[in-house]
Design a protein around this ligand. Structure first.
Ligand code: ATP
Ligand code: MG
Length: 218
């Protein structure tokens, strides 16, 4: 089983949205997937799951590090394929536990200046644990004639040190995502070949590339 932790100290970076999109995409591909909602203050993933009729992905809540460890253990026993963990903003004990359990950390970030400033702190948390990670630009204005929006180009300039840990693609700003979520759906179910799902599939491929890379022995 692979553990994919979504983390960003910045609130509203897109953690919950991306964790739901990916979990549902994996489930749609017949991979046994659990999404652990470790954000007790909001429970966005649980609220989305409450709107759904489909049983996959499983969505369960973890209120603290002990519950999180228990749920990850259950998922391993049941030999699930993926365990995604949505974490709260800020630095919390449950986020630390989710980072420690991760095979890969996905760090969503918007491109506003406050997001750019906050990003380094999250990257430092992940680097301290020597975890593979990928920074994913989210809610990015659509490309025009194939050219990325100015804010994303600024993010790439400011965070050039990240190298290929900053994903070279983007999750574009789309209102339809929130309409889908409100109905307990996701773009992989409503619009398979649409932009959001195409981007999510590209992200999945990138995640698999990183997971399959040999990791340095510690
Ligand atoms: N690609 C996108 N297009 C349009 N809106 C988006 C996109 N990604 C996220 N959003 C919106 O941004 C807001 C914040 O997203 P989300 O709740 O996923 O962030 P978060 O990091 O989980 O926030 P928090 O730190 O509060 O838990 C939501 O209103 C969501 O609908
Ligand atoms: Mg959230």
């Amino acid at each position: 089983m692979r553990v994919v932790t979504m983390a960003a100290r910045k609130g509203g970076a897109g953690k919950s949205t991306l964790s739901i999109l990916l979990a549902a995409l994996f489930a749609r591909a017949n991979l046994k997937t659990v999404l652990i909602d470790a954000d007790a203050g909001q429970h966005t993933a649980c609220a989305w799951s409450g709107q759904r009729e489909l049983g996959w992905p499983l969505v369960v809540a973890a209120a603290d590090p002990d519950e999180l460890a228990l749920l990850i253990g259950h998922a391993r026993e049941r030999m699930l394929d993926f365990c995604l963990i949505d974490t709260p903003a800020g630095r919390t004990t449950v986020t630390d536990a989710a980072l420690a359990a991760a095979d890969i950390v996905i760090v969503p970030t918007k491109c506003d200046v406050a997001d750019r400033w906050a990003l380094q702190a999250t990257v430092d948390d992940v680097n301290a644990l020597e975890k593979p990670y990928l920074v994913v630009p989210t809610e990015v204005p659509a490309k025009r004639l194939g050219i990325e929006a100015l804010d994303l180009r600024r993010l790439r300039r400011d965070m050039a040190d990240l190298g290929d840990a900053l994903w070279d693609e983007q999750i574009t700003d789309r209102r339809s995502i929130s309409y889908d979520l409100a109905a307990g759906r996701v773009p992989s179910e409503t619009d398979w070949s649409g932009l959001t799902n195409t981007e999510c599939r590209a992200l999945w491929r990138r995640i698999m590339d990183i997971l399959q890379r040999p990791q340095p022995l510690s």
